[in-house]
Design a protein around this ligand. Structure first.
Ligand code: F6P
Length: 490
């Protein structure tokens, strides 16, 4: 099997560089080991009619990383436009923020078609394509139009919202119909899967049986694969990072104070305003907690050219400075607010230094920061995770302190509880979460999806063999080389 993984953002194998985005950081170690070809955007654009779409192809572990310069005329409409101003807000249930022009939609489709043409280079008879995320909802259909008959799977890293929200996206029907060209569609949670199936049966009127949709493309299996991390590797990294200069400087600067940490892309789905308000409320309602704890909030700027993101950045900066100005002392800054990214290694060390991890998105597909915070803790003295019940991670990390991020008072009370939680309870909760992390690693996720994709195709081939219509070119399906256990998808 020649596996081709496609995502908009890709990562290079440099552990000491800052990394934006859960997807790229999570995929890097597994793609490196799998021997797959990872295809994505170079982050640069191409003008005119250059023949070769690939700007760079370089070795990545046992496989390769292939980066494309996307067409300049369509990049803005695709990335800032349709993907991040129409799909992203809708997928995170912010219909009020959906902005999309017809031109943006056309650019999105153009970039999907451009990517499909570029991928033909990797169309070996034994190729298996695995497309990632909302940037490429229509890529499977484009590949089929170009005659690709190999297995094509798709995984959505974001949530899938209620019908009424996705109906707010222009061309929603056309897009979801195009998605049905994928043999297998994976979601983070059962709720996402159910919302998608609900849309398909109610809005498209298609037949759904046991999670299999029948459409003009044939059949698509819809399943759940919660993405994980490599907890052991992260724990080792965190223990080692204790001596990193950034981490030791942070520890020294605390002067016996406790630390809470938040690490997010600067995005409205992350609930940053509500989180700062909750700390403000906690310090105001319980003045004894002033000077005893500060919040380190890392908010990496993201998608700055989009108005909603610029507005959020301004609003947050104002709120943080208001809280610091009002509550701060000459020797105490309540909120340490940083607009920059850190390497995974440094982050691991920062997580381990903090007694409380606050991960309180309004809505999130999974949120790997929650998992990383847990994995980074010192087993003898672990910190407490305060986690939004609207993050996909809450399904597994149910022994975290779960909060409703819209309830500011409730969050304020919960953070205070986390700060004073006795060691025995901290350890009990942490061990339960570690057990879940060990049971659902990123390696397992990767292997499960690829195995399920191959099985889905085998089932289809069997169905076709039983039916009188001619069978299309069937690729050779071989078992995965990587560790694999029974399929855990459902
Ligand atoms: O959840 C979707 C996702 O792909 C994340 O993995 C990542 O945090 C984010 O979107 C990346 O966005 P961007 O590439 O626009 O920074």
């Amino acid at each position: 099997m020649s596996l081709v993984v496609v995502s908009n953002r890709v990562a290079r194998g440099k552990v000491n560089e800052p990394m934006t985005g859960g997807l790229a950081a999570a995929l890097l170690p597994v793609v490196e080991k799998s021997g797959a070809i990872w295809v994505g955007s170079s982050g640069r654009v191409r003008h005119g009619a250059q023949k070769e779409p690939f700007a760079e192809i370089e070795a990545l572990g046992a496989g390769a990383l292939a980066m494309l310069d996307l067409p300049a005329a369509h990049y803005g409409g695709y990335y800032e436009g349709f993907a991040n101003s129409a799909l992203w807000p809708a997928l995170h249930s912010r219909a009020d923020l959906i902005r999309a022009s017809q031109q943006d939609y056309l650019s999105y489709r153009e970039v999907n078609a451009f990517m499909a043409r570029a991928l033909l280079r990797f169309k070996k008879p034994d190729a298996v394509f695995w497309i990632q995320d909302y940037h490429f909802l229509a890529l499977g259909a484009e590949l089929r139009d170009l005659g690709v008959t190999q297995p094509i799977g798709f995984f959505l890293h974001t949530p899938w919202p209620a019908r009424a929200i996705i109906e707010g996206v222009p061309h929603h029907r056309e897009l979801v119909e195009a998605m049905l060209a994928y043999d297998l569609i994976g979601f983070q949670t059962e709720d996402d899967r159910e919302s998608f199936l609900g849309y398909v049966s109610c809005d498209l009127g298609l037949e759904v049986e046991n999670g299999v949709i029948t459409s003009r493309h044939g059949t698509s299996r819809i399943a759940v694969f919660p993405i994980g991390i490599d907890p052991e590797k992260f724990a080792t990294q965190a223990a080692k990072a204790a001596s990193h200069p950034d981490v030791s400087r942070l520890r020294r600067s605390l002067n016996g104070e406790k630390l809470a940490i938040g690490v997010d892309r600067l995005d409205y789905s992350k609930g940053l305003i509500n989180r700062i308000e909750a700390f403000d409320r906690m310090w105001t309602l319980q003045p004894a907690l002033q000077r005893t704890v500060s919040l380190l909030q890392i908010a990496t700027p993201s998608r700055g050219a989009i108005e909603a993101y610029g507005n959020l950045q301004n609003e947050l900066a104002k709120l943080v400075s208001d809280v610091n100005g009002r509550l701060g002392e000459v020797d105490w800054t309540p909120i340490r607010y940083l607009n920059k990214g850190f390497s995974q290694t440094v982050l691991a060390g920062l997580y381990r230094t903090a007694q409380v991890g606050v991960v309180t998105p309004l809505h999130d597909g999974m949120n790997l920061v929650a998992k990383e915070y847990v994995a980074a803790q010192n087993p003898a003295d672990p910190g407490v995770l305060v986690l939004s019940k609207f993050a996909g991670a809450a399904n597994e990390l149910d022994t975290a302190l779960l909060v409703n991020p819209h309830d500011i008072d409730g969050m304020a009370r919960t953070i205070a509880i986390a700060l004073s939680m006795p060691l025995t309870e901290r350890r009990m909760r942490w061990e339960a979460m570690m057990t879940k992390l060990r049971a659902g690693t990123i390696q397992q996720w990767f292997a499960d999806f690829v195995e399920a994709l191959q099985e889905t195709r085998l089932d289809k081939a069997e169905d076709k063999a039983e039916s009188p219509s001619p069978v299309a070119e069937a690729p050779t399906l071989v078992p995965l080389r990587s560790v694999n256990t029974g399929a855990r998808y459902h």
